[in-house]
Design a protein around this ligand. Structure first.
Ligand SMILES: [Zn+2]
Length: 348
């Protein structure tokens, strides 16, 4: 079975919301897309586990939900959240991740060797990721503390404004060119993340912010869970110019399974076939090369195409790539080797 490194999941949030926490992850859950039992059965060797901070009030939570209805749509940008709330939530979710690691079946990855061990059937490697830098204070004093707790990947924003940058509002059809670029604190955050060896994730960032990071960052550019805008004109997807820049930097696009980001029709249709995911792989491979494509499922964070279903669909994805003409070596690059190369280059 081909091992995968997966660029994005929201399983920590799902576990936190259902209140069952670590034991349910280890023993297997009835709901959701990912747990240890299913990961082991499917080749899911390593993944980016997101800390995503929900807004404080129900009203704000509703306003920040992913669109589920038909296109066209253009949602207003969700409101910012406070540092105190974000920090407390992040601490709780980091605690939860370390709790998942307590029985030795999962490790919080500190370096590429943890991910390499996972690819050789060692413990599952969980890469701690912030989906939005709201838990980090604008003076960046807390960044190193979070690094010491395991933070190795940082999305400057989720789809809302914060002290560092602004995310894209959810729209279809819509471009990602939706607002201003990085703030002064955002530019400092890029430099400090480079210094510490924290991967910077460009998914959810608007286009001005994207180009600011492209200009400032010393590391390969990464969009952990975004698709090709040319095939699906969702504001969360990447334009051809953005794809080209990621390729030039030696970076990677994590093709996402979210049904709302796959098709030309918009809307969120889980009956879209698995082949639509491979269409995005083909497009980005043709444009920037097979070295610059991986996967970022968005398990437990999005409506997943039914043919994938959950993490147990990964072997079917590998079969679909083979059916489309990819050889074993190329499938290995797409499934894990490209991610591993970028992590080795980015982490200290
Ligand atoms: Zn996301």
């Amino acid at each position: 079975m081909i091992p995968f490194i997966d660029g994005h999941n929201d399983t920590l949030l799902a576990l936190r919301l259902d209140g069952q926490g670590g034991p349910a992850f280890a023993a297997g859950r009835d709901e959701g897309h990912l747990d240890l039992v299913r990961a082991r059965a499917s080749g899911f060797a390593a993944g980016f586990f997101a800390v995503y901070v929900l807004p404080e009030t129900d009203e704000e939570r509703l306003a920040s939900m992913l669109p589920k209805g038909p296109a066209p749509y253009l949602q207003p940008l969700p409101a910012p959240i406070s540092l105190d709330h974000a920090r407390a939530e992040a601490e709780a979710m980091i605690d939860l991740l370390h709790q998942l690691a307590s029985d030795g079946e999962l490790v919080v990855a500190r370096g590429a060797e943890d991910v390499e061990a996972a690819l050789r059937e060692g413990p599952l490697a969980a890469i701690l990721h912030f989906e939005g830098a709201e838990p980090v204070d604008p003076g960046l004093a807390s960044l190193e503390t979070f690094y010491e707790r395991g933070l190795r990947s940082l999305g400057l924003v989720w789809s809302r404004p914060n002290a560092f940058a602004e995310g894209v509002a959810f729209g279809f059809p819509a471009t990602p060119d939706t607002g201003p670029g990085l703030t002064a604190a955002g530019r400092r955050l890029v430099a400090e993340s480079n210094r510490l060896g924290i991967l910077l994730d460009l998914s959810h960032l608007n286009e001005h912010g994207f180009w600011d990071v492209a200009r400032l960052s010393q590391a390969p550019l990464v969009a952990s869970h975004s698709n090709a805008h040319a095939l699906s004109p969702n504001s969360r997807n990447l334009t051809d110019a953005q794809l080209d820049e990621i390729g030039r930097s030696g970076g990677l696009v994590g093709i996402t399974f979210h049904a709302g980001m796959l098709g030309p029709e918009g809307g969120v249709d889980p009956s879209l076939p698995l082949g639509r995911i491979v269409d995005h792989v083909d497009y980005v491979v043709d444009r920037i090369g097979v070295e610059h494509v991986g996967f970022g499922s968005d398990f437990d964070g999005a409506t997943i195409s039914a043919e994938i279903g959950d993490v147990t669909g990964l072997p079917r994805l590998a079969d679909a790539l083979r059916d489309r003409g990819y050889g074993d070596d190329e499938i290995a690059k797409l499934a894990h080797a490209n991610w591993l190369r970028v992590l080795r280059k980015t982490w200290r």
